[in-house]
Design a protein. Structure first.
Length: 170
């Protein structure tokens, strides 16, 4: 549906459609879609635009997009079991230049960031100008095994681009 391309989620789309109609025709499903129909359409839109939610769909998309990401200057590594993705962007590469001067590294995780409950972990260093991100890890759980895999991938990515993050000596 076009309304989703305009940035509306299902609840906001229903509100917007009802406001646009400004009549009593909101009870007519032929004119104003039902809530369940909007959510169904939203899920189909998400699947069409961003791919499925299964691990296989996610990895297929990652494999397809990896080349595009690399062409944009991003470095990415991922593993299937346990699910983990490590990303270093061009801005993070520049921030890593300050890493040798930094004695403190912070790790901050935020859970349930999307419909697949992915955990987003930022690796941040302290600099005189403030905190700078030097890497990102995505995992599907907060288990020690998932974090170990994520940090291992982040170390691999950093070494591939010539940065030593000193999780242990390089």
């Amino acid at each position: 549906m076009i309304i989703f391309l305009q940035g509306f989620g299902p609840a906001a789309a229903l509100r917007e459609l009802k406001e646009q109609l400004e009549t009593n025709d909101t009870a007519n499903a032929a004119i104003c879609p039902t809530k369940s129909h909007l959510y169904y359409s939203w899920n189909k839109f998400q699947e069409t635009e961003y791919g499925g939610r299964s691990n296989e769909d996610i990895f297929k998309l990652l494999e397809e997009k990896s080349i595009e990401y690399a062409n944009d200057g991003n470095s990415i590594q991922f593993s299937r079991e346990p699910f983990a993705v490590a990303i270093i962007t061009p801005i993070m590469k520049r921030a890593a230049a300050f890493y040798s001067d930094s004695e403190v590294m912070f790790v901050d995780s935020t859970a349930s960031c999307d419909v697949t409950n992915t955990i987003l972990t930022f690796v941040i260093i302290a600099t005189p100008s403030g905190a700078l991100p030097i890497g990102t890890i995505l995992t599907q759980s907060q288990s020690s095994r998932a974090y170990e895999e994520g940090f291992s991938l982040l170390k691999t990515v950093s070494l591939l681009i010539g940065i030593c993050l000193r999780f242990d000596e390089c």
